[in-house]
Design a protein around this ligand. Structure first.
Ligand code: GLC
Length: 562
């Protein structure tokens, strides 16, 4: 397998509206990110992915873009962007931008033109269809954000397709003129010096010819088998690679909901000429009730999580490449979801980091994860900001399918706002995020959980992340080593060996709060061992024994035989 910088990178994800507000309007901004670059350098990451900061009517927090070539005024100006990029480069940080081109905003000039008339030159940038004879939508597809995926446009008498909200019409990738525009947008930013793109909803670019009805049992959303990772989508990506990516040598990450290991191999195998890595969702959806992400059925069973992570490790090993993540701006906080955000918050946050960073793939750290930030308990619907949660509430409660109480509980547990509360910088008012009124409530635990305190504390979650990131940089086995799972039958212990020639890493973790027994496999022979990292006191020699709650240990083994 080829060794490359992006495989060795650790990516930090910034959700800009909640990261740092430099001007007191309650909204994070680009100058705020610039202020905090030294913090990212201290943490040790090498790539920073910043979620969209382009001009947007803000229906979906910036994922609805009305001008791909301009900065939204809430985030600052193009000059602020230039300063941010040059300050990043000066520190050796690379910038990964979010490219959201499955859809745009309904206020983008392409769409305002398109809806003027059926023969407008931009009409074919979108997917328009006549109603069925009874006036209903052209097919039964539903949106990721509840309700039908079609909205009727009175003026021109046709429906348009939107896989997200009705203010986010899907772009018609079949149209070569549209694809050329997108290539130009990519070049515009690449010529400014950005280092890569995260391609939002990339799996959905191509839609099946004829837009056939979906099988409801495949959803939600209904229709997914007709728009998820189709051969034509791979074709569009190869074309982008040929026309743009390959000419700049950049990092590309595809967000690919619903992908299987086989799809991911096709997207990322070195010979495919598509993207460098994917974000797959299987481990994120293990608790989705009947396919509905918000209606989670309680905690993810450890056995299921282990099996899923291991399947992906084995499936892509040395052939494709994965993004390693347990949280992002669309998911609850990982320590609340997979660990324990009460008494074991710190150890479980460190344990989750250990198992994630030591798999094969590129680790991502979502802002605040490195502090062990937790979900914030919302008390009422008025506190909810996220369009996905609000639409789901309206739909499911409105149709009498779910009670208001259950829905609020679901939003508390799984809602995207959990990850979007402001970054907790220090113990001052509003956690040092803003001097104004934050756009979304700060988690009240910021006095205990914040960056300033953790930077000073050698045992903090932050310091643990620093160490983990530095170790990964120093030891190629953590990046390139093969993966072999141990004790796959255990309902608590996730253990694996990463092996690169004579060197190996042995990673052992208890994923539960009850103690668990770990048996060192007899066949594992090595000349010497040293402790790599652990979240409790622990010697240099791995041994069988009892693991404490959420205990994680990793050892470096030399002279490994067999
Ligand atoms: C992706 C983004 C999410 C957004 C959606 C629509 O899944 O991560 O935040 O709502 O696409 O753009």
């Amino acid at each position: 397998m080829q060794r490359t910088g992006w495989k060795e990178a650790v990516v930090y994800q910034v959700y800009p509206v909640s990261f740092r507000d430099s001007d007191g309007d309650g909204l994070g901004d680009l100058a705020g990110i610039t202020e905090k670059l030294d913090y990212l350098v201290e943490l040790g990451v090498s790539v920073v992915w910043i979620c969209p900061f382009f001009r947007s009517p803000w229906v979906d927090n910036g994922y609805d873009i009305s001008d791909y070539r301009d900065i939204d005024p809430r985030f600052g100006s193009m000059a602020d962007f230039g300063r941010l990029l040059s300050e990043m480069h000066r520190r050796g940080l690379k910038l990964l931008m979010d490219l959201v081109v499955n859809h745009c905003s309904d206020r983008h000039p392409w769409f305002t033109e398109a809806r003027k008339s059926r023969d407008n030159p931009y009409r074919d940038y979108f997917l328009w269809r006549d109603p069925k004879p009874d006036g209903s939508p052209p097919n039964n597809w539903t949106s990721y954000f509840s309700g039908p995926a079609w909205t009727f446009d009175e003026a021109t008498g046709q429906f348009y397709l939107h896989l997200f909200t009705k203010e986010m019409p899907d772009l018609n990738w079949e149209n070569p003129a549209l694809r050329r525009e997108i290539h130009d947008i990519l070049r515009f930013w690449l010529d400014k010096g950005v280092d890569g793109f995260r391609l939002d909803s990339m799996h959905a670019y191509g839609k099946a010819a004829g837009l056939p009805d979906g099988d409801p049992s495949e959803g939600p959303p209904v229709g997914i088998e007709h728009f998820s990772s189709l051969p034509r989508t791979h074709g569009y990506i190869r074309e982008m690679h040929r026309e743009v990516f390959s000419r700049y040598g950049i990092l590309t990450v595809g967000e690919t909901d619903g992908v299987t290991v086989e799809d991911a191999l096709q997207y990322t195998a070195e010979a495919s000429g598509e993207v460098n890595m994917v974000f797959q969702f299987q481990h994120m959806d293990l608790d989705a009730a009947g396919g509905n992400r918000l209606l989670a059925d309680g905690p993810v069973p450890v056995r299921k999580l282990k099996a899923c992570l291991s399947d992906w490790q084995r499936g892509l090993m040395n052939r494709g490449w994965n993004s390693l993540y347990l949280s992002n701006h669309d998911q609850p906080r990982q320590v609340s979801r997979f660990g324990d955000d009460g008494v074991y918050r710190e150890v479980s946050a460190k344990m989750l980091a250990t198992i994630l960073h030591l798999q094969q793939g590129t680790p991502y750290v979502y802002q605040g994860e490195e502090l062990g930030m937790t979900n914030r308990r919302i008390e009422s619907l008025e506190e909810v900001r996220d369009v996905e949660s609000l639409n789901a509430y309206r739909d499911l409660v409105g149709r009498g399918l779910v009670t208001p109480g259950r829905m609020l509980e679901a939003i508390r547990r799984r809602g995207r706002d959990n990850a979007r509360t402001p970054m907790q910088w220090d113990g001052s008012v509003h956690a040092g995020f803003t001097s104004g009124t934050p756009w979304i409530g700060v988690n009240p635990n910021y006095r205990d959980i914040n960056a300033e305190a953790q930077r000073k504390d050698p045992d903090s979650v932050f310091q643990y992340y620093r160490k983990l990131i530095a170790l990964r940089r120093a030891h190629p086995v953590a990046v390139y080593g093969d993966f072999t799972e141990l004790c796959a039958d255990s309902g608590q212990v996730f253990a694996f060996v990463r092996r690169l020639e004579e060197t190996a890493l042995l990673v052992v973790a208890n994923l539960a709060r009850e103690p668990a027994v770990f048996d060192l496999p007899e066949g594992l022979r090595f000349r010497e061992s040293a402790l790599y990292i652990a979240n409790y006191d622990c010697g240099d020699v791995p041994r069988s024994g009892v693991l404490r709650p959420y205990e994680a240990q990793a050892f470096r083994l030399e002279g490994v035989e067999g």
